[in-house]
Structures are given as structure tokens and as C-alpha cells.
Design a protein around this ligand. Structure first.
Ligand code: DLZ
Length: 214
């Protein structure tokens, strides 16, 4: 056996993320760690896989427990908006316009539309979602309940919607485990590997698989 290399092997084929639109939903709990993971996921998709910066939308929720609901809601909203725009019913304020007023969400880069009201882009439904949160075990059973609910919820949203939802949730026994998995390690073993990079790559790969004509 070749020397064991822990972690994920890179994809065997080059991946072109330029046609994709991806949503990152993240928790605000343990935010400095979450922020590092979000940045790595976003930067990897843009710099390594050519996803357009305007096609990465970011939405924040309070804690990891809220991630599945938000992912499901925003997938449905983006699909409704895309269907609406495809029927040329452009002009009314959209769900995504409302979302833009709440968080620094990006606009898609697809074709410009004209019609009554201010010109805006046609909405592109999300091709993948990355749910990012950091759960750190405390002294009660809270951790176990939230981990179970979030992991079950995220897989359910993905399978029910047909949109890949990446499990970007660290489930750690202490702060140091979380820091080292976000590239923020402070021990003698170095800063560690930022798992956000893997999640960005997984989102692109799975979105392209979802879009592939079989
Ligand atoms: C309540 C709670 C606890 C104890 N720990 C975390 C955590 O480590 N990471 C996280 O993202 N969220 C935590 N939360 C908040 C829950 O996820 C959720 O936001 C609240 O229970 C409200 O539903």
C-alpha cells in the first residue's frame, strides 16, 4: 500500500465552475472560525474553479440548527424566481431582492433583462448550497441534539430538492479541534488545514454532476 494520505484526493478531471451559481449559508455562532471557513470555500470556488464572484451568494443564520431550514427556503425561492424570470414576468420585487436587503448577497451574472421597472438580471437558481457552521461540545447534551438534527436536515434538503447541499459543519470536542480545521490552529502542529477549501471544491464537483446530461 502507498503511504496513507489523509483527506480527499483532488478530482480526476478539471472542473469548470463558470456556469454555476452557489449559495453559502452560514451560522453566526463561533463566528471567527465560521468566517475563515466561509472565506476559504468562497475563494476556492472563485480562484480555483472559476465560479464568478457575483454568482456566490452568502446568507447568515443564527446557529447551525437553522442551516437546513434556510437552505431549503432559499433553494425554493431561487427556483421560483428563476421560473418567474423565465416566463418574462420581470418587474415585481423578487424574494431575492428582499434577501439582498438583509445580507450582502450577490447578484447573478446571467442575461440582462428589460421591461417595466428597473432593469435587473435574470435569476439563476442555485446549483449547489454549502451549509457552514461550527458546533463545539459543551457540558450538556445540546451538542449531540444539534449535531444529529443538522446532519439529518442537511442530507434531507439535498435529497428532497435534488440540489447538492454540502455538509460544511465542524462537530468538535473542543475549541482547538475547530481552529485547526479552519486553518487557525495555534498549537505546535501549525495552523492546520482549512476544510472550507474542500467544501468549495465539493460544491463545484457536485453541482456539475447535478447538471450533467446522463
Ligand atoms: C444553542 C447552541 C449551542 C449550545 N451551541 C452552538 C454551537 O456550538 N454552534 C452553533 O452553530 N450553534 C449553537 N447553538 C445555537 C443553535 O444552533 C440554534 O441557533 C439555537 O438553538 C436556536 O434554534
Amino acid at each position: 500500500m502507498a503511504e496513507f494520505q489523509k483527506g480527499v484526493l483532488p478530482p480526476t478531471e478539471p472542473l469548470d465552475g463558470s456556469p454555476l451559481r452557489v449559495l453559502i449559508v452560514h451560522a453566526r455562532w463561533n463566528y471567527p472560525i465560521v468566517e475563515s471557513l466561509v472565506n476559504a470555500a468562497r475563494d476556492t470556488m472563485i480562484n480555483k474553479y472559476k465560479v464568478l464572484p457575483d454568482n456566490v451568494a452568502v446568507h447568515a443564520v443564527p446557529g447551525a440548527y437553522e442551516l437546513p431550514f434556510a437552505a431549503q427556503r432559499l433553494i425554493i425561492s431561487s427556483q421560483q424566481q428563476a421560473a418567474h424570470d423565465a416566463n418574462d414576468l420581470i418587474g415585481a420585487p423578487s424574494v431575492m431582492d428582499l434577501l439582498d436587503n438583509l445580507t450582502p448577497t450577490s447578484r447573478p451574472s446571467s442575461a440582462l433583462s428589460t421591461g417595466p421597472g428597473p432593469a435587473r438580471h435574470k435569476e439563476q437558481a442555485f446549483d449547489a448550497v454549502i451549509c457552514i457552521g461550527v458546533l463545539i461540545k459543551g457540558s450538556t447534551m445540546h451538542f449531540e441534539y444539534i449535531c444529529e438534527a443538522v446532519s439529518q436536515g442537511i442530507i434531507r434538503v439535498g435529497l428532497d430538492s435534488g440540489i447538492p447541499v454540502i455538509f460544511g459543519v465542524l462537530t468538535c470536542l473542543d475549541d482547538d479541534q475547530a481552529l485547526v480545521r479552519a486553518g487557525l490552529g495555534r498549537g505546535q502542529n501549525g495552523k492546520g488545514h482549512n476544510h472550507g477549501e474542500d467544501w468549495g471544491a465539493a460544491a463545484v464537483e457536485m453541482a456539475l454532476l447535478k447538471n450533467r446530461k446522463l
